[in-house]
Design a protein around this ligand. Structure first.
Ligand code: SAM
Length: 204
């Protein structure tokens, strides 16, 4: 069964609920904070969920290797929801969606698979969207700045999403589908992305 991969799943409330209501699907949550993974795994065992696993890792390091050995057609959905913002310019390279990770994901997402991103911070979601779009490998299905997606991909809110909704914060969402296009070389993607960023800065 194909896997829904959630990158930066924190203590996994979203996936615990998703796995319970969609037993026919598999879920995998990645989280860089070990204490959260231990708590999430404990809850998963308590609930007896067999279609869900949590892994303690830095997605920018371990995921890339793991994706390279993953059989094709194993991943069906990737979500990156409310990633840490790292506002300071010198810290922005710590943001989770980087060109190499995007390329590794694109290699394992076959045409028609979904990539979903959401955040309550516009300066975080914008560069993510620019990176995804500069790859040419994903078609934007729908994006909303502040409103709900008409086609919300999941019936469950993440912890941060529920918090943002309760505070009436705007949420920015974008749903992409992998297309048939070839994946660019890393250097080409980095150059395209820089171009997109420069253009976006010129018009902002
Ligand atoms: C702001 S929280 C959002 C959690 C959850 N997705 C939500 O929407 O409620 C971001 C999470 O991503 C995790 N994270 C940050 N960088 C990561 C990385 N490189 N690999 C895996 N997890 C990461 C953080 O530890 C944190 O738990």
């Amino acid at each position: 069964m194909p896997i829904h991969l959630d990158i930066g799943c924190a203590r996994g409330k979203f996936l615990l609920e998703m796995a319970a209501i969609q037993p026919e699907k598999n879920f995998l949550g990645l989280e860089i904070r070990q204490s959260l993974v231990i708590a999430a795994e404990r809850e998963r065992e308590h609930l007896g969920l067999k279609n869900l696993r949590f892994i303690f890792c830095n997605a920018n390091v371990s995921l890339i290797n793991w994706l390279s050995i993953l059989p094709s057609r194993t991943l069906s959905i990737v979500s990156i929801q409310f990633p840490d913002p790292w506002f300071k310019r010198r810290h922005q390279k710590r943001r989770v969606l980087q060109p190499l990770l995007l390329i590794s994901l694109a290699k394992r997402l076959y045409p028609g698979c979904q990539l979903f991103v959401q955040s309550d911070v516009l300066p975080v979601i914008k560069p993510m969207q620019l990176l995804i779009e500069s790859s040419g490998c994903f078609d934007l299905f729908e994006t909303t700045y502040g409103d709900l997606l008409t086609n919300k991909p999941f019936p469950v809110a993440t912890e941060r999403e529920a918090y943002a909704i309760s505070r009436d914060l705007p949420i920015y969402r974008a749903l992409y589908f992998r297309n048939n296009n070839e994946i660019p070389q890393l250097e080409v993607l980095e150059a395209n992305y820089q171009c997109f960023l420069n253009k976006a800065m010129m018009y902002s």
